[in-house]
Design a protein around this ligand. Structure first.
Ligand SMILES: *Cc1c(COP(=O)(O)O)cnc(C)c1O
Length: 392
């Protein structure tokens, strides 16, 4: 049979039909434990008994109108995101790259507003910010960029966790207006920015009058055990793009901005048709409400620590294991060789995972994962990884 879907993904040969909690079933009735959560999207798992009726209610009332009209639900969700982050204002969109694209526009206009005609933005090696032309240019993965040149200019790239490299740019490049990075790199292999580095970046950005822009599209919304991963460092960013987990599966993105960035965009500067629509807003409002009501973030911290410890115990001392990284329910297991084959093997064993950066097994399950499910994940994954590494 010829497919009429563009061939842009390597897909496993089964289709998922429905889910409940952290379990999903395929169209042949096979059950899987969901270690992927739709890539850090399904915060509340599948078929959540509080989220489903709320979304059903909203679908029946109003799915979409337009930003031509007053938007009380945008006000509600924006106020909540500002309360949780300590920032000031939000622009709503529909995806991660769209949030990042808007952040890049804020940085450039912030520069133009202070007389810098060719603003440049510091970005990072191994970064992933999306697949639009601007965000793939900011991305630090040659595979994502290959074939799509000419890239957007105005980016200066530095290595992760290297403050001196940023200071060097500050000394030599008067056009820089912002530093843009993931607090914890996701696609790049679950690479956390160190707490002292985040604090150092905050200081440099204050000294230089640069915007600190933290892409929390993957690591935000409770995933690491705090609402936002940078909160472990006790700092505030100037701009924070969000998306993935914010709507528990309903497409939504947001740019959250602090006082130095909140008023950069003015009427006519930016917009998007779907952004802030009532269905997406309801999904965001209910996701955050349910997370608070049910202590979901504390669960992510506790069950994440248990998962991490279980993996460390099961894989400790195994030749070929490089490192287990991450925090909360954002865990990366780096092996010393490409391990994409584990994707299918794990699925055959009843577990959905991802492999990123060729050799890093990534676990980003729903944040409602139970301790028993974490143990089950370890019990499936450890023997698979051991057997894989034992094969020459
Ligand atoms: C997934 C991701 C994006 C892109 O989000 P899309 O919704 O796929 O456009 C951007 N930044 C980070 C850190 C991501 O993990």
């Amino acid at each position: 049979m010829t497919s009429h879907v563009m061939n842009t993904y390597g897909r496993l040969p089964f289709a998922l039909s429905h889910g409940r909690g952290c379990r999903v079933w395929d169209t042949d009735g096979r059950q899987y434990l969901d270690g992927l959560g739709g890539i850090a999207v399904n915060t509340l798992g599948h078929g959540h008994p509080k989220l489903v009726p709320a979304l059903q209610d909203q679908v029946a009332k109003l799915i979409h109108c337009s930003n031509y009209y007053a938007a009380p639900m945008q006000e509600t969700l924006a106020a909540k995101l500002c309360e949780l982050s300590g920032l000031d204002a939000v622009f709503f969109c529909s995806t991660g790259l769209e949030a990042n694209e808007g952040a890049l526009k804020i940085a450039r206009k912030f520069g133009h507003d202070k007389g810098i005609e060719r603003p440049e933005i510091i970005v990072y090696e191994k970064a992933f910010h999306g697949r639009s032309i601007a965000t793939l240019s900011a991305t630090g993965n040659p595979k994502v960029q290959a074939g799509f040149g000419p890239l957007v200019e105005g980016f200066v790239r530095v290595p992760l966790n290297d403050l001196e490299a940023v200071r060097e740019v500050a000394r030599t490049n008067p056009n820089v207006v912002a530093v843009f990075l993931e607090t914890v790199q996701g696609e790049g292999g679950i690479n956390p920015t160190r707490i002292d580095i985040l604090q150092g970046l905050r200081t440099i950005c204050d000294q230089q009058d640069w915007l600190l822009m933290l892409d929390e599209v993957q690591c935000g919304i409770g995933r690491t055990g705090k609402w936002f991963a940078h909160q472990w460092a006790g700092i505030l960013p100037d701009v924070m793009p969000l998306a993935k987990g914010l709507g528990s599966g309903v497409p939504i993105g947001a740019i959250v901005a602090g006082p130095r960035a909140a008023t950069v965009l003015q009427p006519g500067n930016h917009g998007t048709t779907f952004g802030g629509n009532p269905l997406a807003m309801r999904a965001g409002i209910e996701t955050l409400r349910i997370m608070e009501e049910d202590g979901v973030m504390a669960n992510a911290a506790a069950v994440g620590a248990r998962l991490h410890a279980g993996l460390a115990e099961g894989l400790g001392g195994v030749a070929g294991l490089v490192e287990i990284r991450g925090q909360g329910l954002m865990v990366g297991i780096e092996l010393d060789r490409p391990c994409g084959v584990l994707l299918g093997q794990a699925a055959d064993a009843g577990l959905l995972i991802s492999v990123t950066a060729d050799s890093v097994i990534r676990l980003v399950p729903p944040l409602i994962l139970t301790a028993a499910e974490a143990d089950e994940m370890v019990a499936i994954l450890v023997p698979l990884i051991r057997a894989f590494l034992a094969t020459p």
